[in-house]
Design a protein around this ligand. Structure first.
Ligand code: LIP
Length: 271
């Protein structure tokens, strides 16, 4: 498939700009683990962490992107908000999986997506400790380390290994644990990687047979959602609309409806 004609800029060129920036920042984050570790503070709750490197990474990525494309807009997890006139908005999660990063657990990643009217057209996710670079362009397919990837073909939900994640609010986490207890008997197993971007890329390359979460922000899924979609997975909210803060479910087409039905039955979207 080729890129849609409505695009203001070639998504391949946007990916070519973003990918080396994401790789450079991911390498810097990995090297920082050899030191004494970054200063850490809390955001919305004591478990919602942010480090000085989250802030540095977002500023560095923003500066590099806008020095190449000064008319673009930027939206970032740590507060970057730049208006633009080009029609391209960069959606940045400088460190997705900050808790993993603070603990030195593999699975933190750098996620950068280029969006047009809220729709991702190019995306890159770099997970440095896994040595994984995931990319996609709209209509151009998805890759892991430059090799094409496709989502899994699970026989059923009962044979599916599914990822999920939890919010930072204690009451929401309790309700999410209750949903998990209702879902777990009907799937093969659960995985909690701690980074939405990585979970979505794991669906894209067939490591996971599905992933759902409530309460994500655009930067959590902007790149990983495109990568999963371009790898053949369906990525939507429970009503089949665009993924949102309310709900995201990514799964292969052959099991998406059954997994959505199980999650609806478990009240997964109402936490
Ligand atoms: C993380 C998400 C993950 C969620 C974590 C956390 P952050 O983002 O990517 O899916 O389960 O609780 O929100 O805060 O590390 O950038």
């Amino acid at each position: 498939m080729s890129a849609p004609t409505w695009l203001p800029t070639d998504p391949v060129a946007l990916l070519a700009l973003a990918r080396p920036i994401a790789e450079e920042v991911a390498a810097t984050l990995e090297r920082s683990l050899d030191g004494d570790g970054p200063s850490v503070s809390a955001k919305s709750t004591p478990t919602d962490l942010v480090t000085e490197l989250d802030t540095w990474a977002e500023a560095h990525i923003t500066e590099r992107l806008l020095s190449a494309r000064p008319d673009d807009a930027v939206q970032g997890e740590e507060g970057a908000k730049v208006a633009g006139t080009s029609g391209i908005t960069w959606c940045i999660d400088p460190i997705d999986g900050t808790v993993n990063f603070v603990h030195g657990i593999p699975g933190f990643c750098v996620s950068i997506a280029a969006r047009v009217d809220g729709r991702s057209v190019a995306g890159v996710v770099v997970s440095p400790l896994h040595r994984d670079v995931f990319t996609a362009t709209i209509g151009g397919g998805a890759t892991r380390n430059d090799r094409p990837i496709r989502c899994a073909t699970p026989a059923s939900v009962a044979r599916s290994v599914v990822g999920t994640g939890f919010g930072y609010d204690p009451d929401r986490r309790r309700r999410q644990a209750e949903v998990l207890a209702r879902v777990l008997p009907y799937i093969a197993d659960i995985r909690r990687a701690g980074a939405a971007a990585l979970d979505l890329c794991s669906v894209a390359c067939g490591r996971l047979d599905g992933y759902w979460e409530v309460g994500l922000n655009p930067w959590d899924h902007a790149a990983g959602g495109l990568i999963a979609t371009e790898a053949g997975a369906r990525c939507a909210d429970l009503d089949g609309g665009a993924p949102s803060e309310r709900f995201i479910l990514a799964a292969p087409p052959q099991t998406w409806d059954d997994l959505a039905a199980l999650l609806s039955e478990a009240d997964a979207a109402s936490v």
